[in-house]
Design a binder for this molecule. Structure first.
Ligand code: ATP
Ligand code: MG
Length: 584
């Protein structure tokens, strides 16, 4: 500790919102260089290397081969896949001195695809699984929580190349199994959830989410079956069509001063009471207008119809439309569509064939035969008994409504959904033939015919994993690293001024090192025991040994950082004892 390049802080950094970020800065693991860009100090780098090592071992164990692509990449391959455009503002783009366009790689599908195309040409060469552990750059809109969401970060990304769909299934299963082992070893409490596969299409897609309150992802689980999904990927089942032969004809009614769902429901109960029950927000069809921002900059209005008791979930909506971004439609934009009457917008003025020409998509619950109260496109008026399929036909459906606790499970008949939050640690998905087609990766099959290769893509956030581990393993005093990734196995603290104490502590530290145990030794001569203990607790090595007052009786004190349990051990047996503790 007298020479280690570290300065611990007693105060929380002002910009840190989550515990892992606060503690990693305070304990001297990372320092901010720019927003979302961090320097790894010696202690942090040790943890990072260990996490990386575990990821590498598990990838090697399934037979994936490591290589390394540059981070600085030419524009052309990303032009071929169109991601130079579709990635939008997320890419760092730059030019060389000759004016040539480059980017800092946000993810490397193109480069892997081209590498395989470069070297391989036959089905006999496949399958092949390739990976790298490498720095990625994304100009995130909201870098957050230190290295949890950085603009420069390390990702392990691997890609599988197969000729057949069955081959891809096998490659996917192998990666999934490797991820289970990896995240088990990293000590995560995690959920494997269905995910959306984003812009590139693809079929199977799952995320590994570390359970955490601070997580940016919300996922749901069924109370009855094994269904688990990121809310972005929850697909609400379309109800069976309801017969509407007996339904009354739609009728427009005066509903003055009812621009909100609550005022409308209150008015309905007063003016048009139902026999069976009071009106509910879910009986109304609410139409929300948004503007889609395409990656090439064009803007397109979109109307979303959903039951009035639900809000639009921005993340779910964007998940469906990726890489398009979504903004609410403001007053100015709304005024450009005179057919739309604010507060009273209904299906009559929506749809590609309508007066507004605005594409109109609805929640799956707004299904054939269902009956709604909705805007009549006239100030102060609503339509009742408007039937889907009879009175209007939307342009399509969209999964944009919020998912709520208690919603029916899309997979089983009996279960309901409950939600929790998590941090996306890993993402595996079957890309299929999208990139191979875009970049013309084809090989000869058994019959000498050229076939397009099918791919899988598998990522792990390595720097993010360090923060997520810290998030799951800390207390008010500091970090508490799991043994597999701790920066050292034992933290030896020498206290007092007695030369004999320092001699014994040095001997202990050296004895441990000689046995292959990684040690942090607090040999600082003029630092108080209180400060040394605080630092040891903050840094979070799993075992802390104090060599101090007890030495007169021939003992050192061994403390478990996680449980706080203390044991007196004779100094002569300390090395053996600690080797036992460390090796478990
Ligand atoms: P997110 O939804 O959190 O933005 P993503 O879905 O864009 O992540 P992928 O493209 O699937 O991320 O990348 C693979 C893995 O890389 C993610 O599962 C995550 O662990 C990690 N990762 C992605 N973006 C970041 C980032 N900005 N900082 C740190 N790690 C990241
Ligand atoms: Mg992802």
């Amino acid at each position: 500790m007298s020479s280690l390049f570290v300065r611990t802080l007693r105060e929380d950094p002002v910009d840190a919102e989550v515990p892992s970020h606060r503690l990693m800065v305070r304990a001297g693991y990372v320092r901010r260089a720019a927003p979302g860009i961090y320097t790894w100090l010696p202690l942090g780098l040790r943890v990072l290397r260990k996490v990386e090592g575990i990821v590498r071992e598990e990838m090697d164990a399934i037979g994936a081969q490591e290589l390394s692509f540059p981070a600085l990449l030419p524009r052309e391959p990303y032009e071929a896949s169109n991601r130079w455009t579709t990635y939008g503002d997320g890419i760092f783009r730059l030019q060389d001195r000759k004016g040539g366009d480059y980017l800092l790689g946000p993810t490397h599908e193109e480069m892997f695809t081209l590498a395989v195309k470069d070297l391989y040409s036959s089905y006999k060469d496949l399958p092949v699984w390739l990976y790298q552990i490498q720095t990625k750059y994304r100009d995130e809109a909201r870098p957050r929580a230190g290295v949890l969401r950085g603009r420069e970060f390390i990702m392990k990304d691997s890609y599988s190349f197969d000729v057949t769909d069955e081959g891809l299934d096998r490659s996917y299963a192998a990666h999934r199994a490797a991820y289970v082992k990896t995240f088990d070893r990293l000590g995560f409490d995690y959920a494997i959830v269905k995910a959306t596969s984003g812009a590139m299409g693809g079929s199977r897609s799952e995320e590994f989410l570390a359970k955490a309150e601070v997580g940016e992802d919300t996922y749901v689980r069924c109370t009855n079956c094994d269904y688990a999904a990121n809310v972005e990927a929850v697909a609400v089942p379309t109800p069976a069509p309801v017969p509407y032969d007996d339904a009354p004809a739609a009728h427009a009614e005066q509903t003055p001063d009812t621009p909100t769902i609550a005022t409308l429901v209150a008015h309905l109960d007063e003016a048009f009471p139902r026999d069976d029950r009071p009106w509910q927000a879910g009986d109304t069809l609410k139409n929300v207008l948004v503007v889609l921002k395409h990656p090439d900059g064009t803007r397109e209005p979109l109307a979303i119809g959903l039951p009035g008791d639900r809000e639009v979930d921005q993340k779910r909506l964007e998940g469906q439309l990726e890489p398009i971004e979504v903004e609410p439609m403001d007053e100015e934009e709304l005024r450009k569509h005179p057919a739309l009457v604010k507060g009273y917008i209904g299906p009559g003025a929506l749809g590609e064939a309508s007066a507004s020409g605005i594409r109109y998509v609805v929640d799956p619950r707004v299904s054939e035969g269902t009956r709604w109260v909705t805007g009549a496109d006239v100030q102060g008026s609503h339509v009742l008994d408007l039937v889907v399929g009879r009175d209007f036909t939307p342009d399509g459906t969209i999964e944009a409504a919020e998912v709520r606790d208690g919603d029916a499970c899309p997979q089983c008949a009996d279960g309901t959904l409950e939600s929790a939050r998590g941090i996306e640690m890993g993402h595996i998905f079957q890309l299929g033939r999208w990139f191979a087609e875009a970049l013309d990766l084809r090989v000869l099959d058994e019959n000498g015919k050229l076939v397009t290769v099918t791919m899988g893509s598998y990522g792990i956030g390595v720097t993010r994993a360090v923060a997520a581990i810290a998030e799951a393993n800390h207390d008010e005093l500091g970090l508490i690293w799991p043994r597999e990734v701790a920066p050292a196995a034992v933290h030896v603290v020498a206290t007092g001024k007695d030369a004999a104490v320092f001699e014994a502590a040095t001997t202990l530290a050296e004895g441990l090192s000689a046995r292959g145990v990684e040690v942090i030794y607090d040999d600082r001569p003029k630092v108080s025991p209180g400060v040394k203990f605080k630092d040891a607790e903050l840094i979070g090595v799993p075992t802390i040994v104090t060599v101090g007052r007890g030495l007169v009786d021939g003992n050192v004190e061994v403390k478990d950082r996680r449980t706080g349990e203390r044991t007196e051990v004779p100094v002569g047996e300390a090395v053996d004892h600690l080797v036992g503790v460390v090796r478990g």
